[in-house]
Ligand binder design. Structure first.
Ligand code: GLN
Length: 196
């Protein structure tokens, strides 16, 4: 199974190392043709305005939307990637995919707590808390009816899924824990099985 990662800016290498350790090949995606043959896509953390504008310029916004509409493409967006996946964004957001019915509020955890780590209860990953690292993360202010909350901090959703899409406001690629990456791999396998 091949997964793609939008490799314009952000934590590309860290995700690559995680997936490699789990036996999955991660393909660098910079142009629409790079999407060929990938079973799923990761959009890493970084700066959502930069990633979004360059994705637009390279034709990736349309290409990913078309692939998603045509046959379904599992996508996991972390932090900036979450912002790019949101249908609605509070704050500048010049270009994005808008595939998940939710409202993301950029850099909304406040100055003092703009970066923090919490042991996060994520029931779909088991009992052991997940070490969730937040770096100038967005807040999810609203999720639509078709979106399932998977974890929350202070009553605010920080991880959610909707059909083939997974979003997390934190950075699972920066910790030793591989469970989130495993979770996405399983999701991609399940989607591929349903589509074939
Ligand atoms: N603050 C960034 C943005 O709004 C996201 C930060 C991150 O991905 N760690 O795009």
């Amino acid at each position: 199974m091949k997964l793609g990662i939008i490799a314009i800016q952000g934590d590309v290498r860290e995700h690559g190392a995680k997936f490699q350790a789990l036996g999955v090949e991660l393909v660098i995606v910079r142009r629409p043709r790079d999407l060929e043959g990938v079973a799923g896509l990761v959009i890493p953390g970084g700066e959502s305005t930069t990633i979004g504008m360059l994705m637009q310029e390279y034709g990736l916004v349309d290409a990913v939307r078309e692939r998603a509409a045509a046959g379904g493409l599992p996508i996991w967006g972390t932090c900036a990637g979450l912002i790019l996946m949101a249908a609605e964004v509070i704050g500048p957001s010049p270009a994005r995919l808008g595939l998940v019915d939710m409202t993301a509020d950029r850099n909304a955890w406040g100055r003092q707590v703009s970066s923090f780590e919490v042991p996060l209860q994520v029931p779909v990953l088991g009992d052991r808390p997940f070490p969730a690292v937040f770096i100038r993360a967005p807040r999810i202010r609203r999720i639509g009816l078709g979106v399932t909350a998977l974890a929350s901090v202070d009553g605010q959703v920080v991880m959610a899924e909707a059909g083939p899409y997974l979003v997390s406001a934190f950075h699972p690629e920066l910790t030793e824990d591989k469970r989130m990456h495993e979770y996405f791999i399983t999701k991609v396998k399940n989607c591929s099985a349903m589509l074939s």
